[in-house]
Design a protein around this ligand. Structure first.
Ligand code: ADP
Ligand code: GLC
Length: 483
């Protein structure tokens, strides 16, 4: 059965990407469309989007539309294009007042209104296109009011009579917490009793919480994270609301778009390799070392990492463990990332302290991310929490051994290597502390010197398959059950 799906996301690769949400939105749309479903994606027309490679044009009947958000009025128009690498149609909400900014996300006082507008725009476009979605699939706090609006503000329209809402939590750390004064903006005319009353009494509105309360189904991006977020340690205040919805909460591991992330045909690499061509991986490593001005030494492994520099990713542990390990052990480190100033400063200093051994590229660089996946021997992801994580799955395919903490999607996609049996795909540690991460890095460095075991470990990882072709079927099953 072909399904009609309205998909709303703040990011979509390759148009606009801050992190994994973009990869997942782009891939879900591409693979659901390829499976024969009528999926229409709505996202902001950020001024940073590069129009080259898109066939962007205005939708004639979706020009100069207006929306009121509380006391504010906005006008927007709609552009459309095919998603690159797919024949799925996407719709870009063009509202210069809100989306022509220097970055995808910001901290201006109207940040929430940018995404309330996106959410309204998706409903209005469905109406003007007479598109009656069976599934309204929204993602993260930005689009969290959609499930409530489906039951209230847009309920009058019979177009949405059979629409069921799915809300995916990609990261519970970002919740869209507003002052209670924004009530009329998030309510869109609905009765204030629909708001979470305990939050309101503390003078706050938590946008994310309303999606957890009102979505017909809540999903998150790994089975382990679905369990973790029902506990105080990982729930970030949402655990109670989630436990109330435990029957409607499902974890589906993200997939990998192997058309984009596979060393056998990666378009960013000059040479390609599979599991039996690891010599080519070695040559790419040498080129990467040169490019990053790192010293090449026999038997010296390269540890790579590509990440948002956020507390979530475990950088506090690395600030303690890396200086000691660099003294004691022989390895190079290549890090690509940007984010919190204290981490950026730390890695800049580490690079100065260890010229030729540490390379820090401060910024966002897609092509270099592919090179680090291909040229590194190990990939470091010591996350404090990780809803799914994509880079550990990319690393497996590139023969780059993941060193990860056993949490969230990392726990669901990597198995600790056992040298005695030759089983396993990475090196894992449990406790979030410096001793544990240092142990894991040292264990990986030791294993690397055992050429036979290392080769086995690398090849075990390369044989894993996390294709979206498979993961997308789980979404289709859920959608089908809902309608
Ligand atoms: P998160 O969404 O929490 O950032 P994920 O592992 O799900 O974590 O996805 C991160 C994605 O963003 C990956 O595709 C990764 O390669 C990419 N990425 C993160 N930081 C950078 C960067 N500085 N340059 C290029 N790509 C990056
Ligand atoms: C988030 C999470 C990450 C996940 C991604 C896509 O930003 O931090 O773990 O892979 O979303 O779902």
């Amino acid at each position: 059965m072909s399904l009609r799906i309205c998909f709303i996301s703040a990011e979509t690769a390759p148009l606009a990407k801050a992190g994994g949400l973009a990869d997942v939105s782009g891939a879900l749309v591409k693979y659901l469309h390829a499976a024969g479903h009528d999926i229409r994606l709505f996202m902001p027309a950020y001024s940073s989007i590069d129009p080259r490679g898109l066939d962007l044009h205005p939708v004639q009947f979706l020009q100069g539309l207006s929306v009121r958000i509380g006391e504010y009025s906005y006008t927007f128009s709609v552009l459309t294009s095919l998603l690159p690498g797919s024949s799925a149609r996407i719709y870009l909400i063009d509202c210069p007042a809100l989306f022509h900014r220097s970055a995808i996300y910001g901290s201006a006082p109207d940040e929430h209104r940018r995404f309330l507008l996106l959410t309204h725009a998706a409903f209005l476009c469905c109406q003007k296109m007479a598109f009656a979605p069976q599934i309204l699939h929204c993602n993260d706090w930005h689009t969290a009011m959609a499930p409530l609006w489906l039951r209230t503000a847009y309920r009058w329209d019979r177009l949405f009579e059979h629409t069921r809402s799915v809300f995916t939590i990609h990261n519970i750390g970002y919740q869209g917490v507003l002052d209670a004064a924004a009530a009329s903006e998030v309510l869109a005319g609905a009765d204030p009793r629909h708001l979470h009353q305990d939050d309101l009494r503390t003078g706050r509105i938590n946008m994310l919480r309303h999606a957890l309360m009102y979505a017909d189904l809540v999903t998150t991006v790994s089975p382990t994270y679905a369990r973790e977020i029902q506990t105080p340690e990982y729930g970030m205040g949402m655990e109670g609301t989630l436990r109330n919805r435990a029957d409607s909460l499902v974890g589906i591991l993200n997939g990998v778009d192997y058309e984009e992330w596979d060393p056998r045909h990666d378009r960013h690499l000059p040479r390609h390799y599979g599991a039996n061509q690891l010599g080519i991986k070695g040559e790419l490593k040498q080129q990467l070392l040169q490019r990053l001005q790192l010293q090449s030494a026999a038997h010296r492994p390269l540890i790579g990492s590509v990440s948002r520099l956020a507390t979530q990713k475990g950088f506090d542990l690395l600030m303690e463990s890396l200086p000691v390990l660099l003294e004691a052990r022989d390895f190079n480190l290549a890090l690509l990332g940007s984010g919190e100033a204290r981490y950026e400063a730390f890695f800049r200093e580490l690079q100065q302290r260890w010229p030729g051994r540490v390379s820090f590229h401060n910024g966002y660089h897609d092509e270099l991310a592919h090179w680090i996946e291909a040229g590194s021997d190990m990939f470091l992801m010591p996350s404090r929490y990780e809803p799914c994580g994509l880079n550990q799955m990319y690393s497996l395919r590139y023969g780059t051994v993941p060193i990860v903490r056993r949490t969230g999607g990392l726990a669901d996609s990597v198995q600790h290597f056992d040298a005695a049996t030759g089983q396993g795909t990475g090196v894992m540690f449990n406790d979030y502390n410096t001793g544990a991460v240092s142990w894991a890095i040292a264990t990986a460095l030791d294993l690397y010197q055992n050429r036979g075991a290392w080769r086995r470990l690398v090849q075990n990882g390369m044989a894993q398959n996390f294709s979206w072709n498979r993961q997308v079927r789980q979404y289709v099953d859920l959608y089908s059950r809902l309608i």
